[in-house]
Structure formats: C-alpha cells, structure tokens
Design a protein around this ligand. Structure first.
Ligand SMILES: Nc1ncnc2c1ncn2[C@@H]1O[C@H](COP(=O)(O)OP(=O)(O)O)[C@@H](O)[C@H]1O
Ligand SMILES: O=C(O)C(=O)C[C@H](O)[C@H](O)COP(=O)(O)O
Length: 329
C-alpha cells in the first residue's frame, strides 16, 4: 500500500440525529427524547479514531443547529470533517431516526424520518476524487445507495475513483429493510462488488441479497469465488465471524456480553476493528479487534464506540475478566 497518505480511511454517508426515549419507554408515551447522533459510516470513523487512525468523513448537512450538532460532535471525537458540504437551503433537512428500545421477546424498532434529507441529495459531482486518492482505504456501505439514485451513483463514482487511485475499497452490505427491498438492493449492490477489496456482510444478508445458500463457515469463500473479492468477512451475530483472505481462512469467537446496554452500532464498531487489521495486512487481528469492539459497543449507550485503545486491547487479549459487578478503583 502507498506510504504518503493524508488519511487512513475516508468515508461518506448520512449521519442522522438519533432520538430515543429514556428507560425503555415507548415512543408513544415518551415525554422526553435523548438526542445523539448515528450513521453507519461516521460510527466507523469515530471508532477508527479511537484506535489512533486518521479518518475523514463527509456528507451534505443543512447549515442549521441540527446539521452543526452532527459535524461538531464528529469533530469532537477526532474525525476530519473538513470536506462536509453545507447546504444553505433553509428547507434542507437533517435525517432523523427514532429508536424504540426493546429487550427479548420485544425487538428494538428503528423508525426513519430521513426522506429528502440533505444527505440523500449527494451526487457524483459531490465526490472529491482527489481526497479519495489521498486515503489508504475508502469505506462505503449499502445504506447510502438505498437513499436515492443520486446517492447510488455517488457511491459507484467514489468506488471507481478509489480503484483508479489505488485506494483500497471496503464495503459493508448494511441492508436496511425499511429503506428498500432485497431485489432492489441486489440490483444496485451486485455491480459494485467486483470493485471491492474488503467485503463485510452478515451471513443472513449474504443469503437474502445474493441468494447464496452456503452455511456460515463457507459463505466468505462463496462470496470471494462469485465476485472475485480479495478479502471477505462474514458476521454471524453471537456465533462469531469468519474471514476468507489471501492469508487463509480465519474465525473469531465472540466475547461474552454480560448485559446489553445498547447494541446499535456494534456492526460498525466491528467494521472499524476489521479495517484496522486489514490495513496491517492482518485480517486475523482485524477479526479479533472487531469482536472486542463489537462486544464493548454493546455496553455503551449511543451509536458511538467511545472506548480507549487500552480497553479494547484488554478485552481482545482477555487480560482480565470483567464480572457484572466488577468496579475498578
Ligand atoms: N450476542 C452477541 N454476543 C457477542 N457478540 C455479538 C453478539 N451479537 C453480535 N455480536 C457481535 O457484534 C457484531 C455485529 O453484529 P451482527 O449482528 O453480526 O452484525 P450487524 O450489527 O452488522 O447486523 C458481530 O460480528 C458480533 O461480533
Ligand atoms: O443509517 C442507518 O440506516 C443506520 O442504521 C445507522 C445505524 O445507527 C448504524 O449503522 C448501526 O448499525 P449496526 O452497527 O449494524 O447496529
């Protein structure tokens, strides 16, 4: 990989305000909502910064208090936001998502209010190919192409720009059933896959989107074989994750989670760990980092993995077992 780069990872997509009732209240009854921010790509960027990597995230944001809240917060956690495009149209909208937290047997429900947001107007002309050339890796996800045809074209343009520049491409399928159908996702995403160097896909999404029937142990290899992707990581929730890569096949088991505080963002935290290892050409380390980071994300409220490198390493290397009651003083 090239040595002279400005960022380790560049990424773009929509980041929303995330609104959730306190104490497992229902949205129907809540009298107050907690305001946080969340977006798959910026969640990854924040987690990468916690690992000491240089991450640049950009999007279109309304130049309003709501848009500025998102940019300020990402900058606060170390993300380079200098390429954000500010939309000065007074009607420009910030995407919102509402979270109704559930515990089994009641599922956590996400309700989007993001149609016609400023980010959904991102088009190929907003993609700065020079910036992509200045990064080691471009990270994009299947959420952005689901937002609009212009967003889908922007993702394709960005991936092609990365290929021309020798910037590696990481893609997470991140299928969102509330945004589009599996058939629409397949039609749009499949042509992108031959350009991808590192694919991350949950096992059930690989089955749903690409009509592959392989069991979890075989799915990464099946995706590699069908689309020619160099490195493929398949996640299986509480059953761990598998990788197929030039260094061989790898598996990482999950770390035990004593109590789930908030699982939203665990997949994005996992992605950051995988990218960390991938950039060191050590996908086995990436799987372990991803697993440790996903486990830690389950213990934190909000989409963002606000952990230290040392906390992640402690989980990864299991130097200590933290019992549900442990207090470190
Ligand atoms: N019950 C669990 N116990 C331990 N780890 C888990 C559990 N559920 C998910 N994870 C971790 O979080 C990561 C992301 O979760 P997963 O559900 O597979 O993907 P996504 O959130 O992208 O749909 C997984 O790779 C896994 O490591
Ligand atoms: O933009 C969207 O549609 C999103 O869903 C943003 C989400 O908050 C994260 O992407 C969390 O996703 P996980 O890490 O899989 O829990």
């Amino acid at each position: 990989m090239r040595s002279e780069t400005r960022w380790d990872v560049i990424t773009f997509g929509e980041t929303m305000l995330r609104l959730s009732p306190p104490h497992y209240m229902r949205l129907e009854e809540a009298t107050s909502l907690e305001v946080r921010i969340g977006g798959a790509e910026s969640n990854v960027a924040v987690a990468l910064c916690r690992l000491g990597l240089r991450a640049c995230w950009w999007s279109r944001l309304p130049n309003t208090p709501l848009g500025r809240r998102i940019e300020n917060e990402l900058r606060r956690w170390g993300v380079d936001t200098s390429a954000v495009i500010w939309d000065s149209d007074p009607k420009a909208r910030t995407g919102l998502y509402f979270l109704d937290f559930g515990v089994a047997p009641r599922a956590t429900e996400v309700y989007y209010d993001r149609a016609a947001s400023a980010a959904s107007a991102i088009g190929p002309e907003d993609v700065d190919a020079q910036r992509i050339a200045e990064a080691r890796l471009l990270h994009v996800t299947g959420i952005t192409p689901a937002l609009s045809a212009r967003c889908a074209a922007a993702v394709r343009y960005a991936i092609e720009a990365a290929k021309r520049a020798g910037t590696r491409v990481c893609f997470d399928t991140n299928y969102r059933a509330r945004l589009w159908s599996p058939e629409a996702a397949r039609t749009t995403l499949e042509p992108l896959l031959p350009y991808v160097d590192l694919l991350i896909a949950p096992h059930e999404e690989a089955r749903l989107l690409f009509a592959l029937t392989e069991e979890k142990e075989r799915m990464a290899r099946a995706l590699h074989d069908r689309y020619g992707i160099e490195t493929v990581v398949v996640t299986c929730g509480g059953d761990g994750a598998y990788a197929f890569s030039p260094s061989g096949e790898h598996f990482a088991a999950p770390y035990p989670i004593a109590y789930v505080v908030d699982r939203v963002g665990a997949g994005d935290a996992f992605d950051a760990g995988v990218i960390y290892g991938y950039l060191q050409q050590n996908i086995s380390l990436g799987l372990e980092m991803g697993m440790a980071m996903a486990a830690l994300k389950h213990t934190l409220p909000g989409d963002l993995l606000l952990c230290t490198f040392e906390e992640i390493e402690a989980v990864r290397t299991a130097h200590h077992q933290t019992s549900p009651s442990s207090i470190r003083r």
